[in-house]
Design a protein around this ligand. Sequence first.
Ligand code: BGC
Length: 363
Amino acid sequence: MILKKLKRATALVGVLVLTTGIFAGCSGGTTNKPSDANKGGKDDEIVIGFSMDTLKEERWQKDRDTLMARAKELGVKILIQAANGDDNKQIAQAENLISQGVDVLMVAPHNAEVAATIVEAAHEEGIPVLSYDRLIKNSDVDVYVSFDNEKVGELQAEYVTKLVPKGNYVYIGGAPTDNNAHLFRKGAMNVLKPLIEKGDIKLVYDQMSKDWQPSEAQKHMENALTANKNKIDAVICANDGTAGGAISALSEQQLAGKVPVTGQDAELAACQRIVEGMQTMTVYKPIPKLAETALDVAIKLAKKEKVETNGTVNNGKIDVPSVLLEPIVVDKNNMMDTIIKDGYHPYEEVYKNIPEDQRPKQK
Ligand code: BGC
């Protein structure tokens, strides 16, 4: 504990300097001067570290922005670092947050297995770890806050199999290093498998995409089209980024808008494609809800209070107490009642390429 306070006292100097760099420091309430760390009162300020894999996809920027805003509202300090998909960098950044004596460490891991070392390092300093959105595997991670990720895959496959009950299917998954990518695929396969066994659906192509790269997904789609002489009836893409890649490949063959494509994240570009008819659906995961829930849980962990969970997820080592939120299907028909109603994206932006007289009326 003393070590932790000493470390925090020195590290706070670093935070103040680094807030303009890779650190996203955010303090609610009173200012946090280095000297405060040695005084009573300020010692009680909760400091939460957040080690992120990436800020590449739009959703992660929403995660970051919501967390910073909410932390400010609640008067807790949050330090955020993103590793640009580099495992060593993520470990070094997490170690740095640990050495600053954060009260709780939240981690959205790039690599589900590698991140177990972060949990060990944090636990050695008595710091609890919250697995954020993505599960850290084979570790004693304290709690997992995410969406029901298997359900995300089920929703994608259910939607598209209703639309196209028979035919040649392509599955374009996410990063093999991300546990979520496996859960999304598992969910999709729960729905597809009986139809494949019945002979209604033929899974003609099934690949994951390194680091969720849209360019990888585009190559997958090109390969799938070539190998099947363009006879593809439906494409399940694990997220909107990969959907964007697949749709580029489909448009090279004048097939965009003709072959259903799924996605996930309700990114602005995907919502625009949906209302334009280029993408069929997305799975909307209200990120502010995730960020706020995670922050509430982190604060409870910091205060050593009981955390309410609604399930467990096995990570290969333990059943991790989990809070899993509900994902929501979004298509052209309910765009107004979901994304627009929630203010997730502005109406003007989502419908910007649709002539005004063809847009749904705003309520
Ligand atoms: C997240 C998705 C995201 C993907 C790529 C997954 O772990 O759950 O929302 O699109 O990572 O960053």
